[in-house]
Design a protein around this ligand. Structure first.
Ligand code: GRF
Length: 206
């Protein structure tokens, strides 16, 4: 499979996927990394690994339609089969979702549907989990639909909230799980084990 990563930040999830490919855990190829942020760490990581790195920002287009077309053209030109959103802070339009129906997945650092939705990203998520007094948090890999953090979950993993956890300590333990679960999800797609039935994602046996 040809993977396309869309991301806005530091790129630790991209680095984890690169590591998984290098170790042979997954056989997909990273076809392109696209970021809306010109100096995002994720683009630097891609370049250092000779992965095509593209800066594409809606701000540089006269309309969202033109941006969407450019994004689609880029994905098509790199023959992307599966799109991974790895900390991509822009909304994916219904135009792209239609073109890539059931082929766009996102990773979220909490157990959805809790602590998700518009504006819930990065440290805000872990802050909210701690403030609520939750005993568990976790990671969700889910399909992307027209609403933020709303598509059906594909994989979820729990992370215990420990007594005395800080924002940093919880975020670090959640991130560690993110780095394995995203690879696991890609592997399920490679093995064609992911079946969508309404809101239910069925993981078929290998
Ligand atoms: C991760 O926490 C991911 O769950 C969220 O954005 C963050 C991206 O981190 N969607 P990184 O850029 O991959 O390090």
């Amino acid at each position: 499979m040809q993977l396309g990563v869309l991301a806005s930040g530091r790129g630790s999830n991209l680095a984890a996927i690169i590591g998984s490919i290098k170790r042979g855990r997954i056989s997909s190829k990273l076809a392109v990394v696209i970021s809306n942020v010109a100096d995002a760490g994720v683009l630097g990581i891609a370049r250092r690994h000779d992965i095509p790195a593209v800066h594409l920002s809606p701000k540089e287009f006269d309309s969202s339609t033109l941006f969407d077309q450019a994004l689609l053209d880029t994905l098509n030109s790199y023959e992307v089969d599966l799109i991974l959103l790895a900390g991509y802070l822009k909304k994916i339009s219904s135009f792209i979702i239609r073109e890539y129906r059931d082929r766009i997945i996102n990773i979220h650092p909490a157990l959805l549907p809790a602590f998700g939705g518009k504006g819930m990203y990065g440290q805000k998520v872990h802050r909210a989990v701690l403030d609520y007094g939750c005993k568990v948090s976790g990671v969700t890999v889910h399909f992307v639909d027209e609403s933020y953090d709303n598509g059906p979950p594909i994989l979820q993993k729990c992370v215990r909230v420990e007594e005395g956890d800080t924002l940093e300590s919880l975020a670090a333990r959640v991130l560690e799980q993110e780095h394995t679960i995203f690879t696991e999800a890609v592997k399920l797609f490679e093995e064609k084990r992911v079946e969508v039935n309404g809101r239910k994602v069925i993981i078929n046996d290998a």
